[in-house]
Design a protein around this ligand. Structure first.
Ligand code: AMP
Ligand code: ZN
Length: 421
């Protein structure tokens, strides 16, 4: 779609969304009234900035059904997003919303070259979490044979992969790396012994270095997949064949990047917090959701010709940012350095203790240790000096044997903060 037609469509859908919320949701009625805005005041896309933000706290405060626009009997599915503290967020889908989420997901997969000939092993957590189910419905819509294996049970995963010749995987970056280690320990060469060709990797931040590692170890093309429960789950933004930034489906979402401190909009190219407004949701439309994800829009058009703008890889979350000795650090800065070193294995953990003491536990690669202690010491020193240049603080590095750090089935826990500050 040409940008001008896309923007016209966005405006029409935004107006309908605001009308719907002003009619049905007391939370938004009050917010709009506070700003003196009536649905008829939304005359251009720029007017989105006059609308109120919605935060994670707002969704918790209106739990369980305060944001719903439909009556009981018209709802079709409930997902929750737990986050770390307090009440969960309840996210409702109508029949049409379920179908639309699947449609967007199918659009993503088709863009990445998936067809009805693919065997799709879905290694994400099924259940209240949106990750697995929305992807499952999307892959079915494309016509794939879907294997709902869920995460974990690695031995069985491999058996399924071998016996049914899985070609596409949906997996978290941390489980992908763990799985690669398992294959190695079993003497399985994915290029020789398996039929894998693509992996859709998301649900948590990871770096370009980790993508390359997964691609090398599993012999697949890795496509970055971004989404969040508040916006349907996966299928919000996805990489095309160029694997350079994720097209965000702007016919379904209005995309803004804001300065997380002032709330002011930032231009394409500038890094800030992603804010999304749903345009097609029926059961639970959300205005200007503060995702807390830090990214930027790639200003150039994509060589693939799609007009939906691309997001850069998520650099972290505003709430993941660590402040260590006064310096702002994102775990991804540490990951980027670790994963670029061939002697480093697949997992790491950041520990914060006492008064701002940082220790990074780093798994060695299987072939990373030749028995010579001086090689360990020089690797340790190299990691320290590279981290120091990047994060301006000098952590302690503990090198540990492959496969000894905890692996989670869902999202990885990269930081343990026991500081008494
Ligand atoms: P949930 O609502 O539980 O599905 O979690 C959504 C959150 O997971 C997002 O807000 C991001 O912080 C994170 N996330 C999902 N996909 C990605 C991705 N491809 N890269 C980085 N972070 C991601
Ligand atoms: Zn593209």
């Amino acid at each position: 779609m040409e940008r001008s037609a896309l923007e016209q469509l966005q405006l029409k859908r935004l107006q309908a969304t605001v009308r719907r919320l002003a009619k049905c949701v007391p939370f938004y009625q009050q917010k709009l009234a506070e700003r003196g805005i009536k649905p008829g005041d939304i005359k251009s896309l720029a007017d989105v900035r006059r609308l109120p933000f919605t935060t994670s706290a707002d969704l918790r405060a209106t739990y369980p059904k305060g944001m719903v626009t439909l009556k009981d009997g018209q709802l079709s599915r409930l997902h929750t997003s737990s986050g770390t503290t307090g009440k969960p967020k309840a996210l409702f889908f109508s029949r049409k919303d379920v179908d639309n989420a699947a449609e967007l997901m199918a659009r993503c997969l088709t863009m990445a070259g998936v067809t009805h000939l693919d065997v799709f092993q879905n290694m994400m957590t099924y259940g209240l979490f949106t990750g697995a189910l929305v992807m499952h419905y999307g892959a079915e819509k494309v016509g794939c044979l879907v294997i709902p294996s869920g995460p974990g049970n690695t031995e069985k995963q491999l058996l399924l992969m071998q016996d049914f010749r899985s070609t596409a995987l949906h997996i978290t970056p941390s489980y992908a790396l763990y799985f690669a280690g398992y294959l190695e320990s079993k003497g399985i060469d994915p290029r020789r012994d398996l039929a894998l060709s693509k992996a859709f990797v998301g649900a948590e931040p990871y770096t370009e270095e980790t993508r390359r590692k997964i691609e090398t170890l599993l012999g697949v093309d890795v496509y970055n997949s971004y989404g969040l429960s508040e916006m349907n789950g996966p299928g919000v933004a996805f990489e095309c064949e160029h694997k350079h930034g994720m097209h965000l489906w702007e016919d379904n979402f209005i995309l803004e990047i804001i300065d997380p401190h002032t709330g002011e909009p930032l231009a394409d190219g500038a890094r800030g917090e992603l804010v999304l407004t749903t345009l097609c949701r029926e059961a639970m439309p959300i205005l200007r959701y503060r995702t807390r994800d830090i990214t930027s829009v790639i200003p150039e058009p994509c060589p693939c010709g799609r007009t939906h703008r691309r997001l850069n890889r998520i650099a972290g979350r505003t709430d993941d940012m660590l402040i260590v000795r006064g310096v702002n650090i994102y775990p991804q800065q540490i990951e980027q350095i670790l994963m670029s070193l061939p002697q480093v294995g697949r997992n790491y953990l950041i520990l914060l203790d006492g008064l701002d003491e940082m220790t990074v536990k780093v798994e060695l690669a299987e072939a990373g240790f030749d028995g010579q202690v001086e090689h360990l010491v020089s690797l340790q020193n190299e990691i320290v000096s590279r981290l120091r240049a990047e994060i301006l603080t000098k952590p302690k590095i503990d090198l540990v044997p492959p496969g000894t750090l905890p692996v989670s089935e869902g999202k990885a826990r990269r930081v343990i903060d026991n500081r008494k500050l």
